[in-house]
Design a protein around this ligand. Structure first.
Ligand SMILES: [Zn+2]
Length: 536
């Protein structure tokens, strides 16, 4: 059995490789190792020369501070840059108004997607460069995940790649796209469902981190399904005729209690959390409607769907107990991520030659002060040593999710993590926003853009790499697991989410939009001494 697999894997790999070489060899010339190194050196210098542009993009998107599905300013700003660079921009993918895909082709060759997320975190408003909690707008959203840096990384890489592709006659197509509403896991499964990745050969995704790293195989963390349950009851005067009411809130609370009992029996790799999205309007009206919103996470598709099924039973039970009706809606989904070995290994070679940024004394002071402020168990400041190439774990680790998982099960994909943030913070928190419009974010993004650009050069100059990446995807990654979407053909993306919050805060946030025509940096516009370490 094992022998048979080995033989067929080898045969299929060779076949794929042969077919691929025949189709691309006419379009692409052969490059010697020396020529490739020369192109890469020039590429890295060009990315470095764009550092100012990268900084402006990062500061600008930071200042927009837009939540998922409401990334209107962010998308308008970023697509304008790409349009001016000759990209053809398509908007409104899968009926999501803030979504877009920007395409630029230079002849025949691989179609390479470069992506990153753009949305921010509720109540994470924070002045950058200040080492303690200081909201710019009290209660407003802010980039407490660092998603303001990722698309600037890939745009910087793409603008450099355009030059190099033209100069060296490297055939290929670049497709730039943002993950919309990543915090809601709200777009990527829809893009896959609606075929936007069908004609793309591979994807390099990027995500902010505190080191320059990449991994392959099943990633640390989980996949999930996000479901909102809504109960329908009957209202009545809570004091005058409470016996005539059937409380939808009672049902939602009973569901919550039952799931909390269930939690005792979940495997430790499973995680779930919820909020009440509608808990009635006022005490003297028996709530006729109530909603509770869950994320159900596990490291396998089967485990996720099992939790979803259990929750559906609990919801029905809660409705039965309260004589209410229950309905549910899927608001998001994410497959557990699996990353491509061939792309990751090639990328890691580039990571080793690019290395971490050189941090200034001010950068390190800020990082250490923030780590101390949030009681981090890492108080060593910014990373100064590269992490190892991430390999599949023998013992999987639970944790967060990212709907890049759905793309990673559709085409060969990796996520490059780049060092724009401070290590040891808790995530989804104001402290994670502090570094995100400072030299830490800017330098980390330039390192990230260099890595993306160099890796794309590798794939454009050596067609065998893509053939190998596809063979890994077909024969290793997909050997035992078949992708099945968690959303149905009918599920619409929940584009109404966060509309009211942004409506409330946008007028105040607008006062803080970065004006790059007047100021060199956002820190300068906000008149912040870098770093500001103490409250006095
Ligand atoms: Zn993220």
């Amino acid at each position: 059995m094992i022998m048979h697999y080995k033989v067929s894997l080898l045969t299929r790999t060779l076949l794929l490789a042969v077919v691929f070489q025949v189709t691309t060899s006419q379009a692409q010339q052969k490059f010697s190792k020396r020529q490739i190194e020369k192109i890469k050196t020039e590429t890295l210098n060009q990315v470095q020369a764009q550092h100012k542009n990268t900084q402006v993009m990062i500061d600008k998107v930071f200042s927009f501070a837009e939540l998922g599905f409401q990334e209107f300013e962010t998308s308008a700003y970023l697509t304008k840059i790409l349009e001016e660079a000759g990209f053809e921009v398509k908007t409104g993918l899968s009926g999501i108004p803030t979504s877009w895909m920007a395409t630029w082709s230079f002849g025949e060759g691989p179609v390479i997607a470069l992506g990153s997320d753009v949305d921010c975190i509720p109540k994470a408003s924070q002045y950058p460069g200040v080492a303690y909690h200081k909201p710019m707008v009290e209660g407003a959203p802010g980039h407490g995940e660092g998603h303001n840096s990722g698309v600037p990384v890939i745009i910087t890489a793409a603008l450099t790649l355009q030059e190099q592709m033209k100069k060296n006659k490297l055939g290929g197509t670049l497709v730039i796209w943002p993950g919309i509403a990543e915090e809601q896991l709200g777009s990527k499964a829809w893009y896959v469902r609606d075929g936007y990745f069908d004609k793309i050969d591979m994807c390099i995704f990027t995500h902010v981190s505190s080191n320059l790293s990449v991994s392959y195989g099943q990633a640390r963390g989980t996949g999930l399904i996000s479901v909102e349950y809504t109960f329908d009851g009957e209202s009545a005067h809570s004091a005058g005729a409470p016996w005539r009411g059937r409380s939808a809130l009672d049902a939602a609370e009973l569901m919550n209690v039952a799931w909390n009992y269930k939690r005792e029996h979940l495997h430790p790799l499973k995680r779930s959390h919820s909020i009440f999205t509608d808990a009635g309007d006022q005490p003297n009206v028996v709530p006729s409607k109530a909603s509770i919103w869950y994320y159900f996470r596990d490291i396998t598709y089967e485990g996720i769907m099992e939790m979803y099924d259990d929750a559906n039973h609990i919801a029905e039970g809660a409705a039965l107990m309260t004589k209410t009706k229950v309905s549910s809606r899927v608001l998001g989904s994410a497959w557990p991520r699996h990353f491509n070995k061939v792309i990751a290994e090639k990328m890691y070679e580039n990571i080793q030659s690019i290395g971490l940024p050189e941090w200034s004394e001010a950068d390190q002071q800020l990082a250490k002060a923030v780590q101390e402020e949030v009681n981090s168990n890492n108080q060593k400041g910014l990373a100064t040593e590269l992490s190892e190439l991430g390999k599949p774990r023998k013992n999987p680790v639970s944790g967060g999710s990212d709907d890049i998982g759905d793309i990673s099960w559709t085409i060969p994909t990796v996520t490059l993590r780049f060092p724009s943030n401070i290590p040891g913070l808790q995530g989804h928190h104001w402290s994670n926003a502090i570094a995100m419009a400072t030299p830490i974010a800017h330098k980390g993004a330039t390192a990230g853009a260099k890595t993306v650009a160099a890796t794309v050069i590798d794939f454009l100059t050596q067609p065998q790499l893509l053939a190998d990446a596809k063979a890994y995807f077909e024969n290793v990654q997909s050997k035992e697991t078949q992708y099945r979407p968690m959303i149905t053909e009918k599920d619409p993306p929940p584009i109404y989410l966060n509309k009211d919050i942004m409506k409330q805060y946008r007028p105040e946030l607008e006062q803080f939009y970065f004006d790059e025509t007047k100021y060199d940096s956002y820190l300068e516009q906000l008149n912040i001494q870098y770093p500001t370490l103490n409250k006095n």
